[in-house]
Design a protein around this ligand. Structure first.
Ligand code: HEC
Length: 168
């Protein structure tokens, strides 16, 4: 009996040893994983520093809320341009004209938006851009494809010009 319990105790002890060894191994793995995360953060940090290199554009110094609002507005501008291009190809001038005014024109919403960034030169460029969209909307009503494309290009020029000058 005594020998049997001794054997059992030995088996139990070595099993426990195995378990705790397993724990150590697990900890080792977690440590390794933590290091990887840390490394990634460091790499990201370096990446951000690279992105923030001065590229000559003027920063509007927007806060996160303004940034989000501006980008969502911009994506809607891009969508409007895509819709207008398709509508012109289908000679659907009325709808193209409507989208040009409601999505890109000098609506109260757009004027307030341009003024909300606290930079007068940026605001003026934005207002000129919206005025060009009002004019584009009028050109579409005359149902001439070449003139319509020229008006579209004129408005797109403001997108190009502003993006070359300003960043968030
Ligand atoms: C008066 C200035 C101005 C005009 C005009 C303008 N944008 Fe922008 N747009 C910006 C700024 C500033 C950003 C942010 C750029 C940055 O920080 O790198 C931006 C960003 C964008 C983005 C990126 C959106 C995202 O989610 O990352 C798109 C797309 C865009 N604009 C489309 C357009 C299109 C299309 C037009 C014209 C129909 C246009 N914009 C006209 C100022 C302008």
């Amino acid at each position: 009996m005594k020998i049997r319990s001794l054997v059992m105790t030995t088996i139990c002890l070595s099993f426990l040893g195995f378990l705790s060894c397993n724990e150590e191994q697990k900890k080792g793995i977690i440590k390794a994983a933590d290091n990887t995360v840390e490394q990634n953060i460091k790499e990201d940090h370096t990446f951000k520093q690279k992105v923030e290199i001065d590229d000559g554009r003027i920063s509007l110094n927007l806060n996160p809320m303004q940034k989000n609002h501006q980008l969502s507005n911009m994506r809607s501008h891009l969508e409007a341009i895509q819709q207008i291009t398709l509508l012109l190809s289908q000679e659907n001038y009325d709808e193209a004209s409507m989208i040009a005014y409601t999505k890109l024109g000098s609506t109260t919403e757009m004027r307030l938006m341009c003024a909300s960034f606290g930079d007068k030169a940026f605001e003026n460029l934005g207002l000129e851009f919206h005025k060009s969209a009002d004019a584009m909307s009028d050109v579409f009503k005359k149902r001439n494809k070449d003139n319509s494309l020229t008006a579209l290009s004129n408005t797109l020029n403001y997108c190009v010009q502003c993006h070359a000058t300003y960043k968030q």
